[in-house]
Design a protein around this ligand. Structure first.
Ligand code: CA
Length: 442
């Protein structure tokens, strides 16, 4: 693997760099020149799906840019990966190749670049674009890596002993469903399933009455591994392409009935939403932080999941936000933030998820998606789902204008956002992951 580590900084992270795309220079922008996330888009005028790079309020059409020949120094294999209708081939490139693309894009979009004239014709306003799934996702695995989420939800059913003993030794996960992952903006049709009504022992088949969201980080695998060859904790970061926002919609009543003894199934697989822009691990380099320190009572993790580098820098400091827009709020152009958890509190790191996933020899593929599990912080305000925020509807949220919510109602919209800040660096954002609940009438 390359000598550069996952926290190496280079010219692309320099906060002094400005772009000739003016909107990218606003301190409010999610997409300054230090970010350069990849996504798939098309427009009404050109319906071909293609790779774009978000810059300010614009998208650089990578296909058009390459057709004009102004990204010098990139080998043919890299150029070919940039001209696809999904990010799979790009995600399969080596870290050195990804860095080459990032440097070429940064230099081309920089204020004073000789390529400005040529590339200005390759910009598409984001408001004119339709965003699509960033990649063809072969496999999806959802983890459970927040100790706060695990404790809060565990307490509801096992008050004396909320954490299972394995929580401290491995990042718990289940195999999810890749076929029902959709890009932000896709409506969430209230699912039907087996639901136990109060006082009954026989379930009925009905629309869920406990529709919830889960605020998570989505992690895209980069280069995969050969079946039978585990990825070591030292190498794990080399296999992570980037991250997005992920909403793991959940039907809590269906989940409660079906989940014993094998875990989540139909309560989760009706829809998973992801944000369209994939933030590369290279863009996140300035925002890496120490992994969570275990308290003295917790057993140590098993040795294959431990490295000094992971403990020192395996965390990511991302400020996340979950916002609710009810029909009433929407009519007044309002929204209401219901949670602001920070990703740095996750008990297990992304590298540990990769290593644990492959420790039995299981193969990961480029563009496989991992969910972090619900991101909840130590404060009871920083909780990543309504199950926790409302104590399973026992303490409904009090919203502006007298509205209350236990679980989501038809018309409600959940918006997820994320940003990274660090003094001395340019902050970067994730864009949004949105979804609105629509009713499911037979
Ligand atoms: Ca989840």
């Amino acid at each position: 693997m390359g000598a550069a580590t996952f926290t190496s900084l280079d010219e692309t992270h320099d906060p002094a760099i400005k772009s000739w795309v003016n909107s990218a220079n606003s301190s409010e922008s999610d997409f300054p020149i230090q970010n350069l996330p990849f996504g798939i888009f098309n427009t009404a005028l050109d319906v071909r799906k293609r790779i774009g790079v978000a810059i300010g309020t614009e998208i650089l059409d990578l296909n058009a840019a390459i057709a004009r020949g102004p990204l010098p120094g990139l080998p043919e294999s890299v150029i070919c990966a940039c001209r696809q209708d999904a990010l799979n081939d790009l995600m399969a490139l080596s870290k050195d190749q990804i860095k080459e693309i990032r440097i070429a894009l940064s230099r081309a979009l920089r204020l004073g670049s000789s390529q400005e004239k040529n590339l200005a014709a390759c910009l598409v306003p984001q408001r004119d674009a339709v965003m699509h799934m960033p990649a063809r996702i072969g496999n999806y695995t959802d983890f459970f890596t927040s100790i706060h989420h695990a404790r809060n939800t565990g307490k509801m059913v096992r008050p004396a002993n909320p954490l299972f003993p394995n929580f401290h030794t491995l990042p718990v996960a289940y195999h999810g469903r890749a076929s029902s992952i959709r890009v932000s903006g896709t409506p969430c049709s209230r699912p039907r399933g087996q639901v136990l009504n109060n006082g009954s022992e026989i379930p009925v088949y009905a629309p869920t009455e406990k529709l919830d969201f889960e605020l998570e980080l989505g992690i895209f695998v980069g280069q995969g591994n050969t079946l039978g060859k585990p990825i070591s904790i030292e190498d794990a970061e080399q296999h992570i392409f980037g991250v997005c926002l992920l909403n793991d919609w959940s039907a809590r009543d269906v989940q409660r009935w079906e989940a014993q003894p094998l875990g989540p199934f139909l309560a989760k697989s009706f829809l998973t939403s992801i944000s369209p822009w994939v933030i590369t691990m290279e863009a996140l380099a300035p925002f890496r932080c120490a992994a969570v320190q275990r308290d003295g009572e917790a057993p140590p993790p098993v040795s294959n999941l431990v490295s000094r580098r992971n403990q020192e820098m395996g965390g990511i400091d991302i400020s996340l936000e979950a916002i609710l827009r009810t029909d009433s709020m929407r009519s007044k152009a309002r929204e209401h933030t219901i949670s602001r958890p920070a990703y740095k509190h996750q008990y297990w790191t992304v590298a540990q998820m990769i290593t644990h996933h492959t420790e039995n020899g299981c193969s990961l593929l480029p563009a496989d998606l991992l969910g972090s599990g619900t991101v909840s912080g130590p404060s009871d305000k920083d909780l990543g789902c309504l199950l926790e925020l409302t104590a399973d509807n026992k303490e409904p949220l009090q919203l502006p204008d007298g509205e209350t919510r236990g679980y989501l109602e038809d018309g409600d919209e959940i918006v997820l956002r994320g940003r990274c800040h660090r003094d001395g660096y340019t902050g970067i954002g994730f864009g949004e992951c949105t979804g609105r609940i629509v009713s499911n009438q037979p």
